[in-house]
Design a protein around this ligand. Structure first.
Ligand code: PM9
Length: 470
């Protein structure tokens, strides 16, 4: 494993610069409302960027989920939608593409990622069991908890330190998995929930050596591994760059090998797969597949569409192939790094090393004077919108939610504001404007006073909570 992380694509490939392997064929106008308009919009949204109208947003970095620009091939594929209720040809095309690229045998389509999480959690967890995972993800953990499991974080300690430069900060700490097994018994561990990359840690990758070692450990105890492959293609680029022995393998080969160490996986197609909607869960075990296929007709739709239109399945099948092209992936991660390098040069505190899909501002270091229960990351998202019309997302105490047993806030070590980069949507100039806006908010950091929560929904509160300024 090498510890050298190249700072630019140019440095890595020995040339001056890189450019996207695509050109723009259709554009969508952008405009920015004035400061008074932004103040009004934010107050009406309860200082929650999820509740803003997108018409009031200038550069939208809320999420990379479903915000991808599709290619001309994908749009052409949309015209081939076979909207038969049952047995759509687009399903069989998607099924075959998933089998080829991810290697899983049996596929159940869903409307998006959380639909897949719901089905998998219901079908594999018995109430009272435990799930170990490499840092929680909001919807994933909630579905595991709703199915009766307790989630245990088994990610390496380095992941909780925003400055630690470990090249694979998404790795699982095998000692933590072993300790969980010793504490509760192997038969009480429903499965290990492995995500690659790890969203809440900053889009941090998992190494191939780590998933191989996890497989060996789980085999010793007869425990299954299910993979959140939502951003696995992005993870593969980090393996190609940083892990010895993978430089000559393609993204597609690395993805396929990674999946081979797991028993199944699921995906939100709205990320890696370059579409606006869709997901799936796939497993190798026929009995589990039968259960998933039976559950899908209750909650999503028939097992040959799972909540997606035929045209959406076709666009996803094409998107999977495009997402595995090495040139594309270099430009994708290269754009995220470009923004990260600007902010690093200007000494704005961000999670290092820069991960796959976003820049994560370190709100604890940004606003050291704000205690965590004044919601520093939420405050930062609000301030950035007020300054520039740029929309970002809180990934700290609000996202972490409350402990279901005690009712107390979780206090995550990471208090982050995420600038998430949609795929194939914004240009380098948009990255420059974003970096300058963040710098302006950083320069005014001492004036920030924090927020108070005034409304808290029961589940996934970050989506709909309201705040007011202190
Ligand atoms: N991720 C994101 O913005 C969508 C909204 S926040 C809940 O990062 C992983 C790793 C995700 C993810 C969604 C889902 C759920 C599963 N795993 O949004 O239901 O990042 O398609 O996928 C969001 P869906």
């Amino acid at each position: 494993m090498t510890n050298q992380i190249p700072r630019t694509m140019g440095q890595q490939f020995g040339r001056r610069s890189w450019a996207e392997p695509w050109k723009i064929k259709m554009v969508e106008p952008l405009s920015m409302i004035d400061r008074a308009g932004r103040e009004k919009a934010l107050a009406e949204a309860g200082y929650n960027t999820f509740l803003l109208h997108s018409a009031d947003v200038y550069i939208d970095l809320l999420t990379d989920s479903g915000t991808n620009a599709m290619s001309d091939r994908q749009w052409a594929g949309m015209m081939l939608g076979d909207e038969a209720y049952a047995g759509s040809r687009n399903f069989y095309n998607l099924e075959q593409t998933i089998q080829t690229y991810y290697g899983y045998q049996h596929i159940v389509p869903t409307h998006q990622g959380r639909g897949a999480e719901h089905l998998l959690s219901r079908s594999t967890i018995k109430p009272g069991q435990w799930v170990g995972g490499n840092m929680y993800f909001t919807t994933t953990r909630l579905h595991q908890e709703l199915a009766g499991a307790t989630f245990v974080d088994v990610i390496i300690d380095e992941a909780h330190d925003p400055s630690n430069l470990h090249p694979f900060k998404g790795n699982i700490d095998l000692n933590k998995v072993e300790a969980l097994i010793q504490r509760v018994g192997a038969e009480q561990v429903a499965y290990v929930s492995l995500a690659a990359t790890v969203n809440m840690a900053g889009g941090q990758p998992v190494s191939m050596a780590n998933v191989q070692a996890l497989r060996q450990l789980c085999d010793r105890y007869g425990i299954k591994i299910y993979l959140d492959a939502t951003r696995l293609a992005e993870n593969a680029l980090f393996i190609q760059e940083r892990e010895e022995g993978y430089a000559d393998l393609t993204i597609a080969q690395i993805v396929r090998q990674f999946c081979s160490y797991t028993d199944g996986g699921w995906i939100s197609g709205k990320k890696d797969s370059l579409v606006n909607i869709g997901g799936w869960v796939a497993v190798n075990d026929w009995t589990l597949f039968e259960e998933l296929r039976n559950q899908v007709v209750i909650f999503e739709g028939l097992h040959t569409y799972g909540g997606m239109a035929g045209r959406d399945m076709e666009a996803m099948a094409i998107g999977i192939v495009e997402s595995m092209q090495d040139d594309y992936m270099r430009s994708r991660i290269g754009q995220v790094r470009y923004l990260g390098e600007l902010l690093t040069d200007w000494e704005v505190p961000i999670v290092q090393p820069v991960g796959g899909h976003a820049i994560f501002l370190d709100a604890k270091r940004f606003y050291p004077h704000l205690p965590q229960d004044r919601f520093p990351a939420q405050t930062l998202a609000a301030e950035l919108y007020l300054d520039s019309g740029i929309r970002s997302m809180e990934r700290g105490i609000v996202s972490a939610g409350r402990n279901a047993q005690t009712g107390d806030h979780y206090y995550p070590k990471l208090e982050l504001t995420r600038l998430t980069i949609p795929r194939r949507v914004y240009t380098q100039a948009h990255m420059d404007v974003t970096a300058e806006a963040v710098k302006a908010v950083y320069d005014a950091r001492e004036q920030a006073r924090g927020l108070q929560m005034t409304y808290e929904p029961r589940y996934l509160r970050f989506f709909q909570a309201h705040f007011k300024p202190l």
